[in-house]
Each structure stands twice: as C-alpha cells, then as structure tokens.
Design a protein around this ligand. Sequence first.
Ligand code: UDP
Length: 248
Amino acid sequence: MPPIDVPVSETSGLKYKRVMLKISGEALMGQEGYGLHPPTVERIAREVKTVHDLGAQICMVIGGGNIFRGLSGSAQGMERTTADYMGMLATVMNALAMQSSLENMGVYTRVISAIRMDEVCEPYIRRRAVRHLEKERVCIFAAGTGNPYFTTDTAATLRANEMKCQAIFKGTKVDGIYDKDPKKFDDATRYDDLSYDQCLAENLGVMDATAIALARDNNLPIIVFSLDEPGGFKGILAGEGTYTMVHG
Ligand code: UDP
C-alpha cells in the first residue's frame, strides 16, 4: 500500500487514516418505508463528523435503494439500462442529502458524480478527488460507477481502490456477517473474519460478487459493522468494537 499523506499525529488513536464508508440507501430511510428520514441522515452524518474531527480522510458511497433500484424497475417492465440510470440518479439525491447534513455541522464536503451534472455536483476526476481528501473534505461519490448493471457496492470498491483507501467500512444494521440472519435466528453466529473466497463460495450476501472479487484482487479489506451503535464508526476505526473483517 503506498503511503497516505496524513500525519499520524492528526489521526488520534485511529488505526485507519483514509477510508471508504459504504452505506445502503435504505440506511437513510429510518423506519420509513421509502425515501429520506432527515433525523437518520443527521445521525449518520454525526458519526462521520466524529471520525472526520479526529483527522481521518473519508470517502463515502451511498446506495439508492431507498428511492429506486434498477432491478425492481426492470421487473416491472422497464428497460434495464434506463432503470439502472434511474437508480444511479437516486444515489445523487442521497449524496446531496448527506452533503447538506454534513455541511450543517461544519464539515466541508464534495459530491463527486460518475455522471456529469455540472450544475449539481463535480464530475469525477481522480486527482482532484485525492486533493479534496488531503484538504480534509469528505468526498461523497455519487451515481455509482456511471454504468448500468453494477451496484454501489462495486462503485465503493472501485473508488476505494482508486483513492487508495486502507479499507471499506460497510455500515449495516448488524455488527458483522452471520451464518444466518441474526434478526430471525437466535443461534446465528457472527464471523470475526472471513476470506473473500469464503464469502463468495458461501454467498454470504455482504456485498455482491463483483465487489468482493474486486476487493480480493486488490487486497482491500472489507469491514462490516453496525451503523446503529452510537460512536460505532469511530470505535471501529480505532480497531475496537465488534465487526467482521473480510480479507485475504
Ligand atoms: N446502479 C447502477 N450502476 C452502478 C451503481 C448503481 O446501475 O454503478 C443502479 C442500480 O440500478 C441499483 C441502483 O443504482 O439498483 C441503486 O444502487 P444499489 O442497489 O447499489 O443501492 P443500495 O442497495 O446500496 O441502496
């Protein structure tokens, strides 16, 4: 891993200095069945701010499933590519909501889109994005990879590689990867760590196969943790708390 330009003194107690936080669009909808729940967006933004204040360089990718998913659109008869573009546009709305919440808290951010929409946000230019990170701006990557037939998990893995993040942090509703759904089965067991190949072979559903393979081929760890625990993101970045690490 090439050196990352963050003085250690600025990252008090953090084990990771440049990270990718991936959350699904559904994480922003709280208990609502659809769309955005502003207090939930704010709660997650506060988690990000806490880590940002400690000096970590933060990239984010937010899904769009709270608004629109390409697959469900195509299941209803829509042309798949069109439906996927709609899904990508949904991620831009979520990114703007997160930007607004973070900036209300005084955190500088950039929304960087894989699809050009210059009046709304910046286009993706890798070197410019790296510069934003160095200047302590949270980079929220929107519009996925810019291509249909992909997911935002893959977009997060792609951008994490390009930005030379040390790990992807996948914030979910549970504190790691289990052998079965812990919300349904009392005897579900959490894995402390897993190999990429195990995840793929057992189809554990942490991320789609394309994303896991891309992480595996670039030796990028995936850390699955609960975003519902207050202070959880900070704890995980300090190497504390419970989580599952997927690595080589
Ligand atoms: N999408 C896409 N290409 C990408 C990323 C996303 O076409 O590179 C579309 C796809 O239709 C997907 C939707 O955007 O269903 C929302 O993304 P995702 O399902 O990954 O969101 P999440 O489940 O994380 O909320």
